[in-house]
Ligand binder design. Structure first.
Ligand code: HEM
Length: 195
């Protein structure tokens, strides 16, 4: 009896990836529409992006400094004997800096796929479940970032209405990013308790 191969060949994989990328792009478009991130928001983010990019390293360092204060989040950055894994923290600061410094790019399918990849990095990728970062910590970290960005904007924008509109634009954009991160957590085989 001949067994039929059930393996996925490279062509199938590419097709699957293309289909997934289109689905992520659609998800991003829906999030963008429902959150109401419009052309004016985009303009305001682009206008102020350099302020955030210039301080991205400082913001990222503050994020991890904050995460290290709590056992629930610090545990991801500790060595076996409990001391800080400085090398890992350094790598995380670098990747967070890169993310913060590239927030002015187009919100297209490629951006959606990159955001899904970031989300996926927190799912332990079907490895040790202890390494899975719960979605709630991503959410809380986004909140920390929102506050830090608003503080930074407040240093530069004197007009209160403009400050409020610009802060709102950044908040909306960060919510779109969070939605894509959560999509990865949701689809990573996590249970109904993924959050
Ligand atoms: C605003 C929220 C966050 C953003 C934007 C973010 C961003 C990133 C990025 C860009 C990477 C690298 C992805 C890659 O190499 O493919 C990463 C990896 C990682 N992050 Fe986050 N992160 C966030 C929150 C957190 C939190 C709250 C924790 C833990 C408490 C955490 C723990 C980790 C760990 C452990 C890795 C390495 C995963 C691996 O080994 O692949 N992150 N993060």
């Amino acid at each position: 009896m001949r067994l039929r191969s059930v393996g996925v060949n490279t062509g199938d994989e590419r097709a699957l990836r293309r289909r997934a990328t289109r689905a992520f792009g659609r998800r991003l478009a829906v999030a963008r529409a429902i959150i109401g991130y419009d052309g004016e928001d985009e303009f305001r983010v682009r206008l102020t992006h350099e302020l955030v990019a210039a301080r991205a390293d400082e913001l990222a360092t503050a994020v991890y400094g904050h995460l290290m204060k709590f056992p629930e989040t610090a545990s991801f950055f500790q060595l076996a004997h409990g001391s800080r894994d400085r090398e890992h923290i350094g790598r995380r600061i670098d990747s967070l800096t890169e993310w913060l410094a590239s927030m002015d790019g187009p919100l297209d399918e490629d951006a959606a796929a990159r955001l899904i990849d970031i989300g996926r990095a927190h799912t332990a990728r079907a490895g040790d479940p202890a390494l899975r970062v719960h979605a709630r910590y991503l959410l809380m970290t986004i909140s920390f970032v929102q506050t830090a960005v608003v503080d930074l904007l407040a240093e530069h924008i004197e007009d209160l209405r403009e400050l409020a509109m610009t802060a709102a634009a950044w908040n909306k954009l960060l919510m779109i990013h969070l939605d894509l991160f959560l999509a990865a957590c949701d689809g990573a085989g996590a249970s109904g308790h993924w959050y």
